[in-house]
Design a protein around this ligand. Sequence first.
Ligand SMILES: Nc1ncnc2c1ncn2[C@@H]1O[C@H](COP(=O)(O)OP(=O)(O)OP(=O)(O)O)[C@@H](O)[C@H]1O
Length: 496
Amino acid sequence: MPYLITLDASHNEITDFFGFEPPKNLKEVNFSHNRMSAMKDLSAYPSLRRLHLDHNDFHEIRGLENCVSLTYLSLAHNRISSIEGLGDVPLKEISLRGNQIQRIENVRQLRTLQSFDLAFNKIRSLSGLENLDLLGTIDLEGNQVTEIKEVSHLHDLPLLRTLNLQQNPVQDEPDYRLAVIFLLQRLTSLDQREVTVEEKVSAVNKYDPPVEVTAARDHMTHLVYQLTQPQVLFDSTLPSLDTPYPMLVLTGPQACGKRELAHKLCRDFCDFFAYGACHTTRSPYFGEVDRCDYHFVSEEDFQHMTRSGKFIETLRYGGHLYGLSREAIEGAARDGLACCVHMELEGVYSLKNTYLEPRYVLLVPTDSEAYARRMRQRGLYSPSQIDAAVGRVDFYVHVHRERPGFFDNTIPCGERTSQNARQRCCPSAALASSKQACRVGVCISLQETASIQRRQQRAQEALTGRSPGVFSQLFLRCRSLHAPAQVDPSVSISRS
Ligand SMILES: Nc1ncnc2c1ncn2[C@@H]1O[C@H](COP(=O)(O)OP(=O)(O)OP(=O)(O)O)[C@@H](O)[C@H]1O
């Protein structure tokens, strides 16, 4: 039968593997469900493309090395315990399901493989699959994979879209599905279920949230904690369309000089700025003064403050917590001054979600080498802290480049002339509002006075129940017009 192309001899009792002289053009052979136990050399079958050998009694794979046309091989439900003997066969699909394979090995050279069925074996590790660049489907159902990190062996497979890990112990790991979706973001099907866009977004938000998401969570946390407390009116910083409370935020990577600049501004323009000391759980460096540089508190106290709604934003940086309290801002505002604070970019993102409308000034090192050297010279930071800080410079630059207007002004660091920095942060430049130039309470304009009066009017109406305005729950009666009111803690409005 020289023209025979397909031979189906399945479901018989054949024991002899290819016990016949092969027709030259034979392309597909099905010997499934027979009683064969040993594979033989198939060099004489150069045209063979598809070979079905399921449900036999094979213990090992051999004799296929010279099958230069073989693209499909199925050896499901045999007794194979190791993957070998596949040489450089140009296989696109292999099924080895239902065998006794423990390790994925000797498959590196199968560069054309697109689908690999290894279900129902005894595989624990996914190591070995790393270089199979064309692999799109992997079935590992019913194996013994226990750790999510095994999935990282598949991370670099550019075409992988379908993965099945059903009936593996790893499925019992907490957040298994989201973790796998996060590690393999190209997947369209996991465990025979479509991977939805929502799942992909949730996975990224959980394991590598964009800064906007982190900031939104931070803001939400503090807002909710604040709303669970009896409401106290911080009237000096109330939101107002006309005259937002003036505030200055210096941002930039750690130790770029923003803290020194903040202190200097508060000294040089003491009629305009007051330093807003944040809280931190890190211990003071030599020379740092409690309440002046930071409020140094324990982690427990910090968490307690968080739960009491005291913070407007917080950040965990370098293993320590940092937080800007509402009181720090209000303290400056009560004295008729603009609060000047410094923080990392995440804090800025969070602050941008609040009703405050600070001016944001970016300090960015222009020379990474010099910046790293300065950090080293301070003698406070480990090499990894320095690397982390230097590595974040790009983050700042990226935001500055991609989001025009995100910062109100920029100061290249290393710029030793603090004069320039001073100019860029001098009260008129730093506090100029995009809506309307506003000034600190030293000299209150007519417009500002009118605005304060309007706010008080609204607060009074809210208190007497006449108009429950948007911010009514935040309002507290303000007694003086010109000196922004001292908050009387005994007079607080509880939420109804
Ligand atoms: N409330 C806050 N929110 C976000 N970031 C903050 C906050 N308070 C401080 N930071 C920032 O956290 C980083 C680490 O602060 P820390 O004071 O420990 O660093 P530093 O080595 O003294 O550097 P720097 O001179 O920049 O303050 C700094 O970039 C600082 O500006």
